[in-house]
Design a protein around this ligand. Structure first.
Ligand code: PGA
Length: 243
């Protein structure tokens, strides 16, 4: 199974989403194609997107680290579960750098999501400085060990390897880097969560031009797609490189 997951970030209007879903119908993929689609949408559109479930996984891009109470503006894991969401992105680099989300906070968010059975998609990745200094493995190890500390080892989770320097830059990581890094992540996941299926996506400037080689790289279980997921044609063309 390969996963093609869009992260719309703070983009799209209700009208854009209607256009997007209409546009999807143009694309005919083989039945039982072994591809699962997902869309991470802004909170306010999630209820309206429930009707897409069954065709795509629908998810949020953030969740509160707290369970409930006086946290003005926050959305809890219980609420995400209440509207039937499939997944929630946590630890995205934009949330880490712009909103101060630490590995400890990410850990609390994952525990909340697990409590309410919403699958976390945990994003990890190194900065350009760390990459150039050869520190990628250290950074990823730390992100994984803190974010996954004492989580439920058997519940569903996906990891997205997203080098910070590849996000929104048009410069994806090389296939060699992706292959080696994802192999390392899977080894680390076995140490932390034990022997089980580990699903690891790649994210960072995935587009219709590079998706075929990225999605066919050993160990890559799919892609988390930002910019290119806001346009139905580029999003579907990325998936079509799998057929
Ligand atoms: P990008 O973003 O595809 O626009 O690089 C990926 C992401 O932030 O998940």
């Amino acid at each position: 199974m390969k996963y093609i997951i869009g992260n719309w970030k703070m983009n799209m209007t209700a009208g854009d989403i209607v256009e997007f879903t209409r546009g999807v119908r143009k694309y005919k993929f083989p039945k039982n194609s072994n591809v699962t689609f997902g869309l991470g949408a802004p909170y306010v559109y999630l209820l309206g997107m429930a009707k897409l479930q069954g065709h795509v996984l629908v998810g949020a891009q953030n969740v509160s680290q707290y369970e409930k109470g006086a946290y003005t503006g926050e959305i809890s894991a219980e609420m995400l579960a209440d509207v039937g969401l499939d997944f929630c992105i946590v630890g995205h680099s934009e949330r880490r750098t712009l909103f101060g989300e630490t590995n400890k906070i990410v850990n609390a968010k994952i525990k909340q999501l697990q409590e309410y059975e919403v699958m976390p998609i945990l994003c990890i990745g190194e900065t350009l400085e760390e990459f150039e200094a050869g520190k990628t493995k250290d950074v990823l190890s730390e992100q994984l060990s803190i974010a996954l500390k004492d989580v439920d080892k058997s519940s569903k989770i996906m990891i997205a390897y997203e080098p910070v320097w590849a996000i929104g830059t048009g410069k994806s990581a090389s296939v060699k880097t992706i292959k080696e890094t994802i192999a390392f992540i899977k080894q680390k996941l076995t140490e932390i969560l034990g022997e089980r299926e580990h699903i690891v996506l790649y994210g960072g400037s995935v587009n219709p031009g590079n998706s075929s080689e990225i999605l066919h790289t050993d160990g890559v279980d799919g892609a988390l797609i930002g910019g290119a997921s806001c346009n139905v044609d580029t999003f579907m063309k990325i998936a079509s490189t799998l057929f």
